[in-house]
Design a binder for this molecule. Structure first.
Ligand SMILES: *[C@@H]1O[C@H](CO)[C@@H](O)[C@H](O)[C@H]1NC(C)=O
Ligand SMILES: *[C@@H]1O[C@H](CO)[C@@H](O)[C@H](O)[C@H]1NC(C)=O
Length: 370
């Protein structure tokens, strides 16, 4: 009697083994090759996609493109036309001051030289140096003020959190916030250009006093990190206002900012998006030359204020005071340092220092500073 299988074979024409269900062991053997291939493929796609991701991740720029890192000198046109600025009244000029600071004797020759350079630019503003009486000797103050700065004693503002995490060299820098109290002077300062004492004025910048901003400053730059949006606090245009000063001191206790950059980081945090950015010519920071020599070359004829950030021709490397008789030697050493990259700038400072001694020699010698 024919079986059911034979009957189905008769119907389909296939041998019976193809019609019976496959035994479990043979099923395992025939399908295991396919998932293996599938898994290999999947792993391949996975590895390829990771590699592709890594490739594109590596190509993501770490910071915004900066045109200054690919500088091309394309224009020959002045960056400021002062004829467009309404002239300040005599009363306005009485309230205008260029202000610097003196927190230790080692910066006295720098302040004296800066004062002389400012006088040479014929600025219409008063010159004021804020100093810490407990840290500055009468001899150093005498030398620093021999070329035109008028001294004004201030109280030290200590760094927040006892200066934890900050560069020791910046520990007095929060005293700069006293700039905002100068509206309380008997002859009030209503608009000020602050200059760090390691700067030199090369050209008149009186047009800054006509700007309406509460704060204006030049974007910062570093050789390693390049051109940034944060401003360098070495040159500031500001409007002294004791109320704002009180507000700043309250904010200092609350603000979050990287402590190593001291008052500069705080001021950037405090003014946030409001600070007007000025052209580099108002704070030609030596780091620009390190980062982008082409920018420096184009900037040089327009430079208003030169800022000795990377190297200073008047103090030793550990910020110790250089005796006056050895300042010239220090200048020559600074000119040779770093392969002579700042030779021209260091020698320029030396020339202004020498010229200050020529013009104010007697007054400087009478100070009795060694
Ligand atoms: C400055 O601007 C005035 C008009 O406001 C113009 O007459 C003069 O030529 C400009 N100077 C320069 C150097 O562009
Ligand atoms: C400053 O004024 C003096 C005397 O008036 C003049 O000889 C000199 O050229 C002026 N300097 C600048 C930079 O304008």
């Amino acid at each position: 009697m024919p079986s059911a299988v034979d009957a189905s074979m008769a119907l389909s024409g296939y041998p019976p083994q193809y019609l019976t269900p496959t035994p479990p062991d043979s099923l395992g053997a025939s399908t295991s090759r396919r998932p293996k291939m599938f898994r290999t493929c999947l792993a391949g796609v996975f590895v390829f996609s990771i590699a592709l991701n890594l490739f594109y991740f590596a190509r993501i720029p770490r910071s915004f493109y900066s045109p200054l890192d690919d500088y091309q000198h394309l224009k020959h046109y002045p960056f400021v036309n002062t004829s467009g600025i309404p002239p300040l009244s005599e009363a306005d000029w009485r309230g205008a001051a260029v202000v610097t600071t003196l927190f230790s004797d080692s910066y006295a020759p720098a302040v004296a030289t800066l004062g002389h350079s400012l006088r040479l630019t014929n600025t219409s503003a008063r010159l004021i140096v804020l100093y810490l009486p407990a840290q500055v000797s009468p001899e150093a103050l005498c030398l620093a003020t021999a070329t035109g700065f008028v001294p004004h004693a201030i109280a030290r503002i200590p760094p927040p959190a006892d200066g934890r995490g900050m560069n020791r060299h910046f520990r007095d820098q929060y005293s700069k916030l006293q700039l905002w109290t100068l509206d309380a002077l008997p002859e009030p300062v209503t608009r000020a250009v602050y200059l760090d004492s390691d700067t030199l004025a090369l050209q008149n910048f009186d047009e800054l006093f006509a700007l309406p901003y509460a704060l204006a400053a030049v974007p910062d730059v570093s050789a390693a990190h390049g051109f940034t949006l944060a401003f360098n606090a070495g040159v500031l245009l500001l409007r002294p206002d004791s109320n704002l000063h009180d507000h700043m001191k309250d904010a200092l206790a609350l603000a979050r900012f990287p402590p190593e950059f001291a008052e500069q980081a705080f001021l950037n945090q405090f003014f946030g998006a409001d600070a007007a950015r000025l052209p580099l010519a108002y704070n030609a920071n030596l780091a620009v030359k390190q980062r982008a020599p082409a920018v420096w070359a184009a900037l040089w004829p327009e430079t208003r204020v030169l800022h000795y950030t990377v190297d200073k021709p008047f103090v030793a490397h550990d910020w110790r005071r250089v005796p006056l008789a050895r300042v010239e030697e220090r200048v020559r050493k600074a000119a040779r340092a770093r392969g002579g990259v700042f030779r021209e700038e260091m020698l320029l400072w030396g020339r202004v220092w020498r010229d200050a001694q020529r013009v104010y020699g007697m007054r400087m010698q009478d100070c009795g500073m060694e």
